[in-house]
Write a protein of this length. Structure first.
Length: 312
């Protein structure tokens, strides 16, 4: 009865049942071991440790109790101790799926995703209808941001829970599925609005990227401080840019210079494109600058090897 109550999450009721049993049989090792786990769920870790020590003193070679101590340790945050207990059980009983599953939970809690995934896979090989194993594998995938696989595992867990008549678990998994699906849709939306461009090299610490002007590729400095995109005289000749007017520009060194202005039919940086872009023509510059009249629609993030543009 106590074990059923624990499986249903009725820890207070399980505690009352075990207390009653242990009044009749105070040296019942299995009941002491089970009560230790229940004490942890009831926020009584000192009582849990006392019960488990007494249980293992009565039955030091009992692998079920060793596994329960691992569960107790995992719940108390002693994941290394939980892994040690589970490993000891697996070495003697390699076909025990509960040991693999519990060790996977401890690995996951430590952020050791690869080890957790391996243990969950071993548990499922031994118990292919284990709802908790699919749920945990979904959690591991979600932590690794592999949301498609996480959803697949949660769906399988929910389906098995329903087949096995576990309605409460099924409903819990359905809520988790909904939250995961919302997270996946948000991730897809974020990906859709993000453009990544590799940095070709650095010019004075500023990234140089490949920009396509009227279908021709040019190396240009990504200059978030420049108001207008600038091309060199040689670039303007290759692009057949016609000077339409002139304008005054303040340079980085404080000088104000007059330059001719023209337009390019299209400017592309990765998937980002601006048509009919106004550019200034510098007679002395050795490299072009991609300025804010191209970048203004994007938040720019400069990483070590690439540029990220986020559509505002």
């Amino acid at each position: 009865q106590a074990e059923t109550q624990v499986q249903q999450g009725q820890y207070r009721a399980a505690l009352e049942t075990l207390n009653w049993l242990l009044q009749l049989a105070p040296n019942h090792a299995q009941a002491l071991s089970q009560r230790a786990v229940v004490h942890v769920h009831c926020q009584a870790p000192q009582l849990a440790a006392k019960d488990m020590a007494q249980a293992l003193a009565l039955a030091p070679n009992d692998l079920t109790m060793r596994l329960q101590r691992g569960e107790m340790r995992q719940l108390m945050g002693d994941c290394a101790g939980a892994i040690a207990d589970c490993t000891a059980v697996i070495q003697q009983q390699p076909n025990k799926p509960q040991a693999y599953l519990l060790r996977a939970q401890a690995h996951a809690q430590l952020g050791q995703a690869e080890a957790a995934f391996k243990d969950v896979s071993n548990a499922l090989a031994l118990a292919p209808d284990n709802v908790a194993a699919y749920q945990l594998r979904g959690q591991v995938c979600a932590t690794a941001a592999d949301l498609e696989d996480a959803l697949a595992n949660y769906r399988k867990a929910a389906s098995l829970a329903l087949e096995q008549g576990n309605w409460l678990t099924h409903q819990t998994l359905q809520r988790q599925l909904q939250a995961l699906n919302e997270r996946l849709q948000a991730q897809k939306a974020e990906t859709a609005r993000t453009i990544r461009i590799p940095i070709k090299h650095l010019s004075g610490g500023t990234p140089v990227v490949v920009v396509t002007l009227n279908g021709l590729p040019f190396d240009m400095v990504l200059d978030t401080g420049a108001g207008i995109t600038q091309v060199t005289l040689q670039m303007s000749q290759l692009l057949n840019i016609t000077a339409l007017r002139s304008g005054y520009f303040r340079m980085a060194d404080g000088r104000t210079v007059q330059q001719s202005m023209g337009r390019v039919q299209s400017a592309k940086l990765g998937q980002a494109q601006v048509n009919n872009l106004e550019v200034s023509i510098s007679p002395t510059a050795s490299e072009g600058l991609l300025g804010q009249n191209f970048l203004w629609r994007y938040d720019v993030k400069i990483l070590r090897t690439e540029i990220e543009l986020y559509l505002r």
